[in-house]
Design a protein around this ligand. Sequence first.
Ligand code: HEC
Ligand code: HEC
Length: 436
Amino acid sequence: MKNQSSFRKKLLYFSGILILGLSAAAFTIDSINENSHQRLFSQGRKIFRYDTFGSEEFWGGKLRLHDAIKGEKNGGVGPGVSPATALAVGLKVDVEELSRATLNAIKAGKVDLNDPNSTLVLLKEDAVIGVKGFFSKEGNLTSVGIQCALCHSTVDNSLTTGIGRRLDGWANRDLNVGAVINLSPDLTVVNDLLGVSDETTRKVVLAWGPGKFDAILFLDGKGFRPDGKTAATLLPPAFGLAGVNLHTYTGWGSVTYWNAFVANLEMHGQGTFFDPRLDDAQKFPVAARARLGHTKAAKDLITSKLAALHHYQLSLPAPKPSKQTYDEIAAARGQKLFNEKAKCATCHVPPLYTEPGWNMHTAEAIGIDDFQAKRSPDERYRTTPLKGLWSHQKGGFYHDGRFADLKAVVDHYNGHLKLGLSSAESEDIVQFLKSL
Ligand code: HEC
Ligand code: HEC
């Protein structure tokens, strides 16, 4: 009897511990799911889409873009920016943000797309992707700030060209950032930073053209390459980045490194940014002079957002192409060539399509000039991850779009690496690239 009851006690005791342990484990798993994923994901999405990081102090406060947008008739300057103009420079409108009244009016053709007042309505409804309008109580536009989505989102054109549902992370290759900057009636801060005339700044930004921006201009002041073409690079997608070590065309750092860089130095948000590599006055005269690698705003509106923003970008998968857009059988042949004869997979290692590890190469290794590589700390080009290539064919390929299409990319490797691919084989590889 005694033995039995002590056994029972032990059983009770152990099952108690087991239940406690299990519920603790369940609690831990639960809190990981809840906190780390769902919360970070939705916070990150909100930041990516809607946060300006205080950049309105720059785009509105200094560049006075809001004055250019509303135009002279509304107390600003110049003719104002109509929705037609905004769409023409590649800005996109999020159909899901529009009020029912505005949506119906657009559908009925009752919105005057040539009237800057219609742009003010879109801004009030927070529908212009990447641009946030700030309004006074009286409804007067008093400033504008920008968001990550400006360059790294587009729409599916569900309503009409340029108006549709958001596609987060997609490269906006229609967006002419230089033309947007050139709308500013006052570029004094930029001219002063670069140490050039207003005319020079405008010439440089207007040379970018659609789908391009030059993040390094504000570090080294180089507007043009030795061949006289713009030094700007293509806007890359911000999806499909999980598992990839270094980011940007020249591998400046991790996703979160670059997010801090962009939010502080390019968007001109208010935060903290540390990178003593920018103190190199030979390579980065502008950044070294302005001490950009030691940025510290009075109030930090960026650092607290980096974790969620990082998480969100890593959660964005590259979009899959529709099967009608490539030849499946040719793509299967192309895959074999990619992995074997064409040696692509030695650098673009599937399924990441970049190297696990230090994913960087000299200009020589890939057979191009080193101008852009030399504008970065490691002086190399990063192996671009290739998933979702189909979604950003406009503007071409490689960091500056030098190859107009995928066939030109494969032809380049065929010559440079002496691969001996027949033209049918090259075409098969193109079909494979389109299938990624
Ligand atoms: C004005 C346009 C613009 C804005 C706004 C912008 N970016 Fe970018 N982004 C670029 C360009 C251009 C590059 C390529 C820079 C390079 O490689 O030198 C880039 C690169 C990136 C990359 C690297 C992609 C890769 O393939 O490695 C990530 C990630 C990124 N941006 C995220 C963001 C986030 C997050 C924000 C908001 C904090 C943001 N960007 C705001 C233009 C922009
Ligand atoms: C030695 C390493 C290496 C090899 C081998 C290599 N690549 Fe690349 N690839 C790179 C690097 C680095 C870049 C970035 C170049 C740039 O942006 O200027 C790149 C860029 C690309 C791009 C452009 C992506 C974009 O978004 O602009 C494509 C497409 C591509 N490679 C396909 C291939 C194919 C197909 C092969 C085989 C025929 C191949 N690569 C072989 C390193 C390599």
